[in-house]
Design a protein around this ligand. Structure first.
Ligand SMILES: [Zn+2]
Length: 167
């Protein structure tokens, strides 16, 4: 009984993720750490990990920016709805903008769970509203064109980062 305990204690483990491993193996099957590898292989492992970590942090930042853009879109859409309502007494615009605004808020909060889908839908919704506005009044497409490009660029960066994280 005691011998068994000693045996299980002595069973070689990966020093990074604590997975038990065959002493004949150089690399941990779970995390790829070169438990029985050379110093160079160990250094390479840590360098790769640090790099992956940086990429993740960078992607997180871009997803966060895209999320903020969606919140800003919700605010702008709602404010425009209110302005139209106050100037034209147009309840339909107020209702439509209110609904779109709520969708933006939902998508923004959803980016923490499903960033790729949420930002992609946000981008799709934004482009759709631009197209619909342009169908009614083609001159709207030029209005705030730089802001439109910036918003689309932020959302597109967010989509790209979210898809790189997913793997
Ligand atoms: Zn491991």
């Amino acid at each position: 009984m005691e011998e068994l305990n000693v045996l299980s204690l002595d069973e070689p483990q990966c020093s990074i993720c604590k997975t038990s491993m065959n002493p004949a193996n150089v690399f941990c099957s779970e995390c790829g750490f070169p438990e029985n590898g050379s110093d160079k292989e160990v250094a390479q492992f840590h360098a790769r990990r640090a790099m992956e970590n940086n990429q993740h942090m960078d992607a997180d930042k871009k997803i966060k920016s895209a999320r903020n853009v969606l919140y800003v879109m919700a605010g702008i859409t709602f404010i425009f709805g209110v302005i139209y309502f106050l100037t034209d007494q147009d309840i339909a615009v107020l209702l439509t903008n209110g609904i779109i605004s709520v969708i933006y808020v939902l998508l923004a909060s959803w980016t923490s769970k499903k960033p790729l889908t949420a930002i992609l839908l946000g981008l799709f919704l934004y482009i759709t509203t631009i197209i619909i506005a342009a169908v009614f009044d083609p001159s709207t497409i030029i209005k705030g064109i730089i802001l439109k490009i910036i918003i689309i660029a932020y959302l597109a960066k967010g989509v790209y980062s979210a898809s790189s994280i997913k793997k």
